[in-house]
Ligand binder design. Structure first.
Ligand code: FS2
Ligand code: SF4
Length: 545
């Protein structure tokens, strides 16, 4: 096992990466199978590009690859049986395309994984096959390996967003082909540092297109978000909790529970769902329960109803004894938990009706959300006017993924210390470190604006670009600083997008990715003026002067 893709990886003088068991709970068996799955979809992608060039229809591969890739993201799928099934499905699709290529007279792709075969292999055979494609291949220069992993993990994040858009019916064949082409290329394990750096930036640009697709998918299906005060405390009655990022699953659950006397709560990255007109119109979508993913073992154990985990981040439900009432969807998996493969949520509804639910109302508390692209763009003129009148000094984007590391208290303290004449945007699950409080107003605008999920970074980027256009300057000339927290691979994809767009001076923490070597960090620092967070006081002093 070797996995170093997330912020909670092991990184000590003696150990680099999770090598015995994941800090997330991933077993060596699942980790190795995920490496084999990645290699198999690299092979599939290489064949798909050859088949596409020969005029064949590659839709099945284009739809499957992002899904399978998504299953290897941090905190998504811990079930070795499901990962094995994806490997076999990938191989079958690859063989189908190979036959198509042969029939069309197309030559076999010149790719090291073109003949990767696992057919008929037992668990031991799969384990041996996985070891042959491990990500930390022997004899590879550390900087090259770091760049290879930067590309792989960035593309994995982009694939997750592409899958989210596809679920809502928004697809783009060119984007899918570019994703497969890049994945096949990563599978070649290039040793060319300049080429790998170029690939990383092209992944950033691709991810920007994908985030646009996803925003279009969300707003077409559910309307443009508008500000909402969301109840953050329990309401008496039977209850279902929906976590993850998938708005479609939430909508299905709301439709299927309507009129049944069940209250539906969001959790984690689904809080912004309350801002979408086509979701908030359901009266039994009563509020948001709990906070960021790393608190779920306590919060889910205390929730008096079933829980649906639509995407990441899932943790081991066994310590809290709620494995019998957590249901997984799409690419999510935990061994022993019920996976709902169809859109029928009857088992969840029956369990909610059989359970007591909340026995009393909790005192009302609220959190705000809903400052999506349309609202932000509508506020651009006000922001510039306030800056011009010197009523608004600086805009911060403080957001990203949350994690369990204690040094993440930096973000809470940072937000508290931001001067009163500054505006703060936030997004993703990192906001739970500070969104339970009111920060007042600046020039009539709330000082803390929740833009949405991690993928809604697109809205914040669009605001920055619009402000720069209106002010007649570059994004880097705006009184704007991004203070990001990263945890998993979607954050890597977003970081690559920001770098590809030329955004400089980003602060990132709580640590830099362990797969980046000191040389690579120096390259990013000198090319993009990237900063690792220090203390809120020092960073604010450096930013505000
Ligand atoms: Fe948070 Fe986990 Fe949003 Fe990440 S719920 S760390 O996957 O995607 O952010
Ligand atoms: Fe370790 Fe993170 Fe990989 Fe889990 S996902 S095995 S915690 S690096």
């Amino acid at each position: 096992m070797f996995c170093i893709q997330c912020e909670q990886t092991i990184n000590t003088p003696d150990l680099h990466g999770c090598v015995f068991r994941g800090n997330c709970g991933k077993t060596p068996e699942t980790s190795d199978l995920q490496d084999l799955l990645v290699a198999m979809i690299e092979s599939l992608s290489a064949w798909a590009m050859t088949a596409k060039a020969a005029g064949a229809d590659v839709t099945k591969a284009a739809v499957f690859v992002p899904k399978a890739f998504f299953s290897t993201l941090t905190n998504v799928n811990f079930d070795p049986a499901r990962i094995t099934a994806y490997i076999r499905e990938a191989e079958a699709l690859r063989d189908e395309l190979a036959a198509t290529c042969a029939a069309a007279g197309a030559a076999k792709p010149d790719h090291p994984l073109a003949d990767l075969t696992v057919k008929g292999l037992c668990a031991k055979g799969l384990d041996d096959a996985a070891k042959a494609v491990k990500l930390n291949a022997d004899g590879v220069d550390a900087d090259i390996e770091g760049l290879q992993l930067l590309c792989l993990y960035g593309l994995k994040g982009a694939a997750a967003y592409l899958e989210h858009a596809a679920v809502l019916g928004v697809r783009n064949e060119d984007v899918e082909a570019k994703l497969m082409e890049t994945l096949a290329d990563i599978g070649r394990r290039s040793n060319d540092a300049a080429k790998l750096l170029d690939t990383a930036l092209s992944i950033g640009r691709l991810n920007f297109e994908i985030m646009e697709m996803l925003e279009r998918a969300n707003t077409t299906a559910y309307g443009h978000p508008f500000p909402a005060q969301v109840r953050a405390s329990a309401v008496k009655g039977k209850a279902i909790l929906v976590s993850g990022h998938d708005l479609r699953d939430l909508r299905l659950i709301l439709e299927q529970t309507e009129g049944k006397g069940i209250n539906v709560y969001t959790n984690g990255e689904l809080l912004p769902a309350h801002a979408y007109p086509e979701l908030r119109r359901f009266k039994h979508l009563v509020g948001n329960y709990g906070s960021a993913w790393h608190n779920q073992q306590t919060e889910f154990a205390a929730f008096p109803g079933p829980i649906v985990m639509t995407t990441n981040c899932i943790l081991d439900p066994n310590p809290g004894k709620y494995a019998d009432r957590i249901y997984t969807r799409s690419m999510v998996g935990w061994p022993g938990c019920t996976h709902l493969a169809t859109d029928d949520f009857s088992p969840v509804i029956e369990q909610a009706l059989a359970m007591p639910g909340f026995t009393a109302d909790e005192p009302e508390r609220t959190v705000s959300t809903g400052f999506g692209r349309q609202i932000l763009e509508g506020a651009a003129d006000t922001v510039l006017k306030l800056v011009g009148e010197k009523k608004l000094r600086h805009v911060f984007l403080v957001g990203g993924c949350d994690g369990a590391r204690s040094s993440r208290s930096y973000y809470t303290e940072f937000v508290e210390k931001v001067p009163a004449d500054c505006l703060m945007l936030t997004l993703a699950c990192g906001k739970y470190r500070f969104n339970g409080k009111s920060y007042g107003n600046v020039g009539g605008l709330p000082r803390l604006l929740d833009v949405g999920q991690c993928n809604d970074a697109y809205a914040a980027i669009r605001l920055a670009v619009l402000l720069a256009e209106k002010a007649g300057c570059g994004v880097n000339d705006l009184p704007l600083t991004l203070v990001l927290s990263w945890f998993e691979q979607k954050a890597i994809a977003i970081l690559l997008t920001l770098l590809a767009l030329g955004v400089k001076g980003i602060y990132i923490g709580p640590t830099l990715p362990a797969f980046l070597t000191p040389n690579l960090i120096n390259t990013l620092v000198s090319a993009y003026d990237l900063h690792v967070i220090s203390t809120p006081d020092e960073d604010l002093k450096a930013i505000l002067g």
